[in-house]
Ligand binder design. Structure first.
Ligand code: NAD
Ligand code: FES
Length: 284
């Protein structure tokens, strides 16, 4: 059992849980993840290790409540427990002193980007961070990332915070400025965003890493659920990734595979909404 020490709402349906997990906190490296189960028999959820304090023996997990299992996890109050936290899993981020690193986070993907920015900065890279969200309330970790970045740009689709538009418009400006042109780019967010970033940097021959979030089950390379195509080769995101060369990833296959269980997920969410309505009526 793993105790939840704090549970903070960062954005609508997005929580940061600090969890006591001393062994994982000691062993983890940036870019790795854990698989958690709220209770016996529950769905296994892969979650990036957002941060770790090896002395305190704690890790931070960013959890977006999108289905029954993730709603159960974000509903655990401080003092409550998560049944299983397995990890650290996956390959650590490949770190080098590249020089100017541009790190791009789209929406919830910013939570996955955060440990990468921390590690890249610690390795001696000069960081420019671009984060975007649908609106102001979906922009997360702005203060934490500002501390680590030489420059931080914020975009929102509706213009309610920072610049109106997409993260890629800031990247386009940086690419055209010889003083700010990156030596490496890291992008984490929705597939279409990472695909757009990779297309822009491919033309400029700038190395670009993306972090993929395919469906995962066992997290140990056994089930094949997290299969992705990278440079025409089959890779398993759980053991070969989750970070890959963005110029080689088949994003269309990733999109199709992510949609495999959409109908079942929608049906399950519908059943839960109906149940809630009935409970509500019963109490009225
Ligand atoms: P969102 O759709 O609200 O997009 C967030 C930001 O990304 C936008 O504000 C915009 O700046 C940028 N963006 C989106 N589409 C773009 C495009 N086509 N071109 C350029 N920029 C674009 O994101 P959200 O709802 O917070 O995130 C949900 C998505 O993120 C899901 O699809 C989920 O699978 C994915 N996700 C990915 C990871 C990962 O590790 N790669 C982690 C968490 C979530
Ligand atoms: Fe099963 Fe990766 S999650 S092979």
């Amino acid at each position: 059992m793993f105790e939840v020490l704090s549970n903070e709402v960062l954005a609508p349906d997005l929580h940061r849980l600090v969890v006591k997990a001393p062994r994982v906190a000691r062993a983890r490296k940036a870019g790795q993840f854990v698989i958690v189960r709220a209770d016996i028999g529950d769905e296994r959820i892969p979650l990036t290790i957002g941060d770790a304090d090896s002395e305190a023996g704690t890790i931070s997990l960013f959890i977006q409540a999108i289905g029954a299992s993730t709603r159960k996890l974000v509903g655990i109050a401080p003092g409550g427990h998560i049944r299983d936290v397995a990890g650290p899993l996956g390959m650590a981020t490949h770190l080098e002193k590249w020089g100017r690193a541009v790190c791009i986070g789209g929406g919830v993907g910013t939570a996955v980007l955060y440990p990468l920015v921390k590690a890249l900065e610690k390795t001696g890279n000069e960081i420019t961070t671009i984060i975007g969200g649908r609106s102001a309330s979906y922009v997360i970790l702005q203060n934490e990332l500002k501390v680590l970045s030489k420059n931080l740009f914020v975009t929102t689709d509706d213009g309610s915070l920072g610049e109106k538009g997409l993260v890629t418009q800031v990247l386009a400006r940086l690419l055209s400025d010889p003083e700010q042109r990156p030596h490496v780019v890291f992008a984490v967010g929705p597939g279409p965003m990472m695909k757009a970033v990779a297309e822009m940097t491919r033309a400029e021959k700038i190395p670009t890493m993306v972090s993929l979030n395919p469906i995962m089950i066992d997290g140990t390379g056994m089930c094949g659920g997290c299969r992705v195509d990278v440079g025409g080769e089959v890779k398993f995101a759980c053991v070969d990734g989750p970070e890959f060369d963005g110029h080689l990833v088949d994003f269309d296959l990733l999109r199709d595979r992510l949609g495999t269980y959409r109908e079942q997920e929608q049906a399950q969410n519908h059943v839960q909404e109906q149940a809630k309505c009935k409970i509500g009526r019963g109490l009225a």
